[in-house]
Design a protein around this ligand. Structure first.
Ligand code: MRU
Length: 364
């Protein structure tokens, strides 16, 4: 995707061949800063502190973190340590453990001296493949938007509500939920996006609105509680969200607040789609509520909020009473019955075990 006319991905190996570069997402939208990851700990911290975030990008960063560890020391002990440290960086997005499994399978059979080159090759492959998967999701999803536009039968924009950030910043490029929107917009279909602010980390305000703006896609930020009201008033044609972990039966774990949007969409007969690249599907579980660990994050994300002051300087302010008790569940689970379809890289299918395993028979 382009930022001020220049094409960027969210992660790439640096020219020195010794480090990895990322966009520090904790500084957006106020500062565009590229940061270097020089070793395993930098990669672990970038994931845990959300310099990189979004399930597919967490997966790619995990793979590059293993490469950085192998570059320093390709021994069995170093590989085991790297797998363990990364495993604990963030618990919910399945792409992290998926990437660890991919790297482990590629590296364990090799001699220590061969591991760094092999890790680089596999991390690059995972990165490139993420772009291909997201682009395909964009193709399938934009067809859906185009069909909706044709059915509407006028030149009014298709109003799409999204939650959190499942755009190119959450992946290597394109995004998951936003890829169909970018492709529809580029094809000349009028679209307008309702962007949920997504408290507490404000991925909607800070990231989704920023990237849509840079691509020229009309969008409006709304508070997290406004979606239901807009749906009741006929101002939402469809919802598209991303996923951090989708079960084999189609339950979707995504950013906290997704479930309430799905309930409101269901009550108003508005299609609710989830864009899910296959590495975000956890084929080992089927009950999202019982089997997915929901990340609990720092209370400071709720008690404080960052922003720009009138004099353009940045500041963080407290927005609750002193000593206020808070609780910060970062994700929730939307049961499959509220999901109209899952947009995968192979096409769109119903959110149920049979449809998903027909789409991906190798996992059935
Ligand atoms: O906590 P985050 O910002 O990593 O959460 C991201 C989300 O919940 C996204 O909606 C989801 O990962 C899909 S990313 C394509």
């Amino acid at each position: 995707m382009k930022v001020d006319g220049k094409h960027y991905r969210t992660i790439w190996p640096s020219k020195t061949g010794q480090t990895v570069e990322i966009i520090d997402q904790t500084r957006l939208p106020f500062e565009f800063k590229i940061v270097e990851l020089a070793n395993l700990d930098d990669a672990v911290n970038a994931i845990a502190d959300m310099l990189v975030r979004g399930a597919p990008l967490i997966g790619a960063t995990t793979a590059w973190g293993i490469w950085l560890a192998m570059l320093a020391d390709g021994s069995d002990t170093s590989l085991k340590q790297a797998l363990d440290k990364l495993r604990n960086a963030r618990p919910t997005a399945v792409n992290l453990s998926w990437a660890l499994a991919q790297m482990s399978t590629a590296l364990k059979p090799l001699k220590p001296e061969d591991r760094s080159a092999a890790a680089y090759a596999r991390a690059l492959e995972i990165t490139e493949n993420d772009v291909i998967l997201c682009s395909s999701i964009g193709d399938h999803g934009s067809q859906l938007i185009s069909d909706t536009h044709a059915a509407k039968g006028n030149d009014e924009p298709i109003n799409i509500l999204t939650h959190c950030n499942a755009g190119w910043l959450a992946t290597v490029d394109w995004g998951t939920a936003l890829a169909p929107i970018y492709k529809a917009h580029d094809a000349g279909i009028p679209v307008h996006v309702w962007v949920d602010e997504t408290r507490p980390r404000s991925q909607g305000n800070f990231l989704t609105a920023w990237e849509l703006q840079h691509h020229g896609v009309p969008n409006t930020v709304i508070v997290d509680n406004a979606g239901g009201h807009l749906m009741q008033n006929g101002e939402v044609d469809m919802c598209i969200v991303g996923t951090d972990r989708t079960t084999a039966s189609g339950d979707v774990c995504n950013k906290i607040g997704t479930y309430l949007k799905a309930l409101a969409a269901h009550d108003n007969n508005i299609p609710f789609y989830v864009a899910a690249p296959s590495p975000s599907i956890d084929w080992t579980i089927s009950d999202g509520l019982a089997e997915i660990t929901i990340e609990q994050r720092d209370h400071r994300e709720i008690s404080h909020i960052a922003g720009k002051l009138n004099n353009d300087s940045l500041a963080t302010v407290q927005v609750v009473p002193d000593n206020c008790s808070t609780r910060n569940d970062a994700f929730d689970v939307t049961p499959a019955r509220f999901i109209s379809g899952i947009i995968t890289e192979r096409g769109i299918c119903a959110a149920n075990q049979r449809a998903l395993s027909t789409m991906f028979p190798e996992h059935a």
